[in-house]
Design a protein around this ligand. Sequence first.
Ligand SMILES: O=C(O)CCC(=O)C(=O)O
Ligand SMILES: [Fe+2]
Length: 431
Amino acid sequence: MRGYSRGQGNRSAAGKSDGRRKPMNAGHQPEWRPKTKIATGESSGIASSNQKADSSLTVECTSEKTTSFTTKPDLDPLLQNQPPLPPVKNSSSSTDNFKPMPDSSQKADNDSKQSKSVSTVDNNSKNSNHMYPIPTKSEQGMELQDGISEKGKQIGDISKPEDTNHASSITRFDICPKKVNTGGIKLKTSLLVTNREKRNQMKRAAEGPNIDILGPGMVLMKGYISLDDQVKIVKTCRELGIGDGGFYQPGYRDGAKLHLKMMCLGKNWDPQSSEYSEIRSIDNSKPPKIPDSFHGMVKRAMQDSNLHIQKNKGKIIPSMVPDICVVNFYTKSGKLGLHQDIDESRESLDRGLPVVSFSIGDTAEFLYGNERDIEKARKVNLESGDVLIFGGESRHIFHGVSSIVLDTAPRMLLEATDMCPGRLNLTFRQY
Ligand SMILES: O=C(O)CCC(=O)C(=O)O
Ligand SMILES: [Fe+2]
């Protein structure tokens, strides 16, 4: 999959990589570490780690750590007050100046240059990362993030007391915890908002897909996934996500964590080795299969994008049948450094088989460009229902998520799914 050794060091400097996604120095909080490629000079677009409760929605997420793991699990302060999960078995875009990315044969060269030029220091990690190691009992109640104090009881509700001091457990996450009555006021989505969303939905359906060609082989299909399908995707990911091989907090060998939760379907991508495998080594789980319904959606999106490209006399993107889907969940402070997706097979990369990306929930500020350089990257908002495809000449594009825009998910989606505030992203690839 991705050639990310996702995560980079700093939001204002960059991480490094040794060409096989070497982890950052211990204690850093990388965003996303392209296998070899790490964002540089990222001084803007940092997710603000606002942990204040959403005034119009009461949403909680859950996690419970259960399985053995080689690095310390993190605690997301957003994920609290939930019923426990079942135990785990041990086992606005601009297109000017856009140029295609170098092909994979240039990768090694790029990697070595990049790894020399980037910094590994992450000065902002504590304040910009929503993920913190599960505290020991004595640490419970400490200030976790952005001055928001998390009470020990809330933290204790997530992990069983006997687990809290172990560095050998995996934390699992429920992206759609059932709402629990916390005594707060729950505001229903207003009729006005609901009607507006419905109108927009109907307008989109009537007008047909709104498609932008961002570059050769790179297509953005705005609002392409219907709200009904978004709901189905979220519900499916939620079910898969709480089972074996479900969402967890990925980390690197040195214990540094990615700023997101992840689950792989089809094959597992291992951030520690930058390789795909049939089994997730941290808990010996087998990744769930990619649901048939997802295959249908990906196929249709590829066909529609190519129809549009053909109409515009462009070069069509080769189609693929995904055998990998990486599902990321970004909470409010989630992010992902610039990286390339280059861990798929040489053949897949050389043929330019596309990555097809579905965005659901809160909007992401998505960066992309020809270089691993934040300053030179373009930015486009990926909103709920958008599909982004990059293949062909853009297969090696650098890309990442600089921030999640709070409170931008369709209300109807949140009400229908109870999804936590944040963003779900699915990237499909063929190995
Ligand atoms: O969240 C996104 O939009 C990008 C995800 C991504 O680049 C990846 O999973 O490789
Ligand atoms: Fe990627």
